[in-house]
Ligand binder design. Structure first.
Ligand SMILES: *[C@@H]1O[C@H](CO)[C@@H](O)[C@H](O)[C@H]1NC(C)=O
Ligand SMILES: *[C@@H]1O[C@H](CO)[C@@H](O)[C@H](O)[C@H]1NC(C)=O
Ligand SMILES: *[C@@H]1O[C@H](CO)[C@@H](O)[C@H](O)[C@H]1NC(C)=O
Length: 343
């Protein structure tokens, strides 16, 4: 049977089974008949199903992109499908895909003999957890919420309401993903002085160069890295992670450290207020400490010394359910709960 003779319903079914938006586009351009079915009134439905297959669960993305401060975060929001909504869904989904690629490296960072690709089911759970953490961040890590407000009963209650929407198994997935975000901040975006000297030693094992911590030798950064021109392209972007640890007349790697122990801990807690998109942005585009500092400064005064509230809220919810937080954390560590389970 010639392909042109396939009934439209069957062609629609084929479209609906495709794994990604790019496959929909590709198939729609193979012949006139397919093009016609795609261009019909079914187009939005076909594209949203492809988005579901590629980036789902899209319901959780919708919860995220439709949230605004006029409504509690935990309420279910249903909105009609539209071109604009689809665009927002794809934008969020693409960020999640980047974290999917990162997950195995962070999950099995020290335990690297066990590192493996994650399955489709694990990818789905990772994305779901990421969208939910992102919503938490959007709703509660906001410039309008200052440090002293974190313990206001009404706000605390609202935070627990959002987490109470999820089962403990799903909360464990969120904490697992949260651990990945934490590690990305702690070792990539804001490395401690100890991490800087360790990475420096690894890169230049025979160097007798002494790292100078607590120095102001670093020249002002290729400051606004977002709009920066030549210097950015040639020197920074070209060898992102490389330059940070390479001493030159203009650059002292020792000054890239964010402190140690308590000081570093609080830096990471503050940074965890950023959402997954902001963190990816910094990881990919802000190789120098001065750039990260400039970014944080642009957030305003509320950001500083004002740690994230997800873990504290999770504690509360786990406790409300009569469970033990330490056991909960151990279960994730041992691969009994979380995104990737121990096989
Ligand atoms: C806030 O979200 C609600 C529900 O999604 C929507 O009806 C309302 O128009 C939004 N308000 C603003 C100011 O965007
Ligand atoms: C969260 O739970 C509340 C009831 O506690 C419910 O009204 C709401 O629809 C739930 N939200 C979602 C997104 O499931
Ligand atoms: C770590 O580095 C920072 C900045 O580079 C510096 O201010 C601080 O004194 C250093 N801390 C230690 C313990 O060396």
């Amino acid at each position: 049977m010639h392909i042109d003779l396939l009934p439209s319903e069957l062609v629609t079914d084929i479209f609906l089974a495709l794994p990604a938006i790019s496959s929909v586009i590709a198939l729609s351009s193979t012949c006139h008949h397919f093009r016609q079915v795609y261009a019909s009134s079914k187009r939005l439905r076909i594209l949203s199903q492809a988005a579901e297959n590629e980036f789902g669960p899209t319901q959780d993305i919708i919860q995220l992109v439709t949230h605004n401060s006029s409504q509690p975060a935990h309420l279910r929001r249903s909105v009609p499908l539209s071109e604009a909504l689809l665009h927002s869904i794809v934008k969020v989904g693409r960020i999640a895909r980047k974290w999917e690629e990162m997950y195995p490296f962070k999950k099995w960072k020290t335990d690297f003999e066990n590192r493996r690709d994650i399955t489709d089911g694990e990818r789905f759970r990772l994305r779901r957890a990421l969208y939910r953490l992102w919503l938490f961040s959007r709703a509660f890590h906001d410039g309008a919420i200052l440090r002293w407000m974190r313990c206001l009963p009404a706000l605390q209650h609202e935070r627990t309401l959002l987490l109470h929407n999820f089962s403990s198994v799903e909360l464990a997935e969120m904490l697992d993903v949260h651990n990945m975000l934490r590690d990305t901040i702690s070792s990539n975006i804001c490395p401690s002085n100890g991490t800087v000297s360790r990475k420096f030693q690894k890169r230049f094992p025979h160097s007798n160069y002494q790292l100078l911590f607590n120095t102001h030798l670093n020249l002002p950064p290729p400051s606004s890295f977002a709009q920066h021109g030549e210097y950015h392209c040639s020197e920074v972007a070209a060898s992102k992670s490389h330059n940070k640890y390479t001493p030159t007349a203009r650059h002292e790697p020792g000054a890239e450290g964010w402190g140690d122990d308590i000081l570093h801990y609080y830096v990471v807690e503050d940074m965890l207020k950023l959402d997954p998109e902001q963190l990816i942005h910094l990881k990919e585009n802000a190789p120098y400490k001065s750039q990260v500092e400039a970014y944080i400064k642009s957030k305003g005064d509320w950001f500083d010394n004002n740690g994230e509230t997800f873990v504290q809220t999770l504690h509360q919810v786990i406790h409300d359910r009569g469970q033990d937080m330490d056991e909960f954390k151990d279960a994730i560590e041992d691969g009994e709960m979380g995104v990737a389970l121990h096989s």
